[in-house]
Design a protein around this ligand. Structure first.
Ligand code: ATP
Length: 361
């Protein structure tokens, strides 16, 4: 994303720990009011980026610009940045009010102003009535809101969130995800959220940066990453997909034409232009495959036989064997009634070339 005046600009940041390159020449802008998620597997450099933004770690090379000021060498307390930690790091011997006032006292605010701000933020985060409780007397979701209240109280320009929902059980987690997103919308604050959970990233983010080995694999909206993955890593890391090993045949306008075990298919790439004869991998999401009684026009189409079905409630996952493609397999995700309607007779499977992404390895 380009923004003439982004809130944060990470410029060519590299971080090495001995021989380990945790971040490899990372360049990234974060716009004001954006909910950006850093997503990637363990060890890809998420926490290191967050710690560099927070001022807890210095880069080996590169700069961090915050609100047009170079903060690369500034200590955490000098930056308009606050952080919510995975375990919330609430002070157990302090009440909710005292936890919230911690950052405000550090800012040198008067007692009266602190009281006003505490009331404001507690009401905003629906914590009225909990001010005198200790963290041990709160539910997981409430503790999470107190951690957020404490981090937002000093009005930081940027809020860093390090897997803040990891400690919550699945049900509460879903609820808190919605809450957190709503709070971000209402405050118009810039959130930099770190997670290894792809579903969480898809649900909450305006923009997702997928990291792998200290580098950006792909940067885009949740929809772009899900439906138009640029690399094999992104296609496999986010959601479930069909990966088809094909041979590059040529181009038809913007579309890439490929051969899949004797079947001609068309797809799109994100700027990746393979050479004729190259082996390429293409991805098509399960829910993009549809069933047809006759060969559909203007679509990729192959004939398949159902070899397995899994009932998932309103939907069904159907495994298909494609005899004319040397017995290759595809998996489709369809409405349960559609899944029930296909049986032992071969069925045409169709999908648009727009939904077939040609990947970089
Ligand atoms: P996780 O999801 O497990 O928290 P991460 O994506 O946040 O992983 P980082 O913590 O940023 O990954 O680590 C990136 C790489 O740098 C890893 O290989 C890690 O072992 C290494 N690393 C991080 N901090 C240090 C350190 N203080 N000393 C040595 N190596 C480190």
């Amino acid at each position: 994303m380009t923004d003439s005046n982004p809130l944060v600009r990470i410029e060519g940041v590299t971080k090495k720990f001995g021989d380990t390159v945790a971040l490899d020449n990372l360049t990234l802008d974060i716009a004001r009011g954006e909910f950006v998620t850093f997503l990637g597997p363990s060890g890809c450099g998420k926490s290191t980026t967050l710690r560099i933004l927070g001022g807890f770690e210095r880069p080996t090379a590169g700069r961090v610009i915050l609100d047009d000021v170079d903060v690369t060498l500034q200590p955490p307390e000098k930056r308009h940045v606050n952080m919510v930690f995975q375990d919330y790091a609430l002070f157990p011997h302090m009440t909710v009010r005292q936890n919230i006032s911690f950052g405000l006292e550090l800012k040198g605010m008067s007692k009266a102003d602190i009281r006003l701000r505490q009331d404001e933020i507690m009401s905003f985060l629906e914590l009225d009535g909990y001010g005198d409780r200790y963290p041990g007397q709160l539910s997981g979701g409430q503790r999470q809101r107190v951690a957020l209240a404490r981090a937002l109280a000093p009005d930081p320009a940027l809020l860093l969130l390090d897997e803040p929902l990891a400690a919550l059980d699945a049900k509460l987690r879903g609820q808190v995800q919605q809450e957190l997103k709503a709070i971000q919308r209402r405050t118009h604050k810039t959130f930099f959220f770190v997670t290894h959970d792809q579903e969480e990233a898809l649900t909450m983010s305006d923009r997702i940066v997928v990291m792998n080995h200290g580098r950006v694999e792909q940067d885009g909206t949740p929809e772009e990453l899900y439906f138009h993955p640029a690399t094999r890593f992104v296609a496999e890391f986010i959601g479930e997909t069909n990966l088809l090993t094909c041979e590059m045949r040529g181009q038809d306008g913007e579309a890439i034409v490929m051969d899949w075990f004797g079947q001609t298919l068309k797809g799109q790439s994100q700027g990746h232009r393979p050479r004729v004869g190259d082996t390429i991998t293409a991805s098509v999401r399960l829910e993009k495959l549809g069933f047809h009684a006759a060969r559909p026009d203007h679509k990729n189409a192959v004939k398949g036989t159902v070899v397995g079905k899994t009932f998932l409630g309103s939907r069904m996952s159907v495994d298909l064997m494609i005899e004319e493609a040397q017995g290759a397999r595809l998996r489709a995700f369809v409405d349960a009634d559609v899944g029930q309607s296909v049986g032992s007779e071969p069925v045409w499977i169709g999908w648009d070339s727009d939904s077939m992404a040609v990947l970089r390895e």
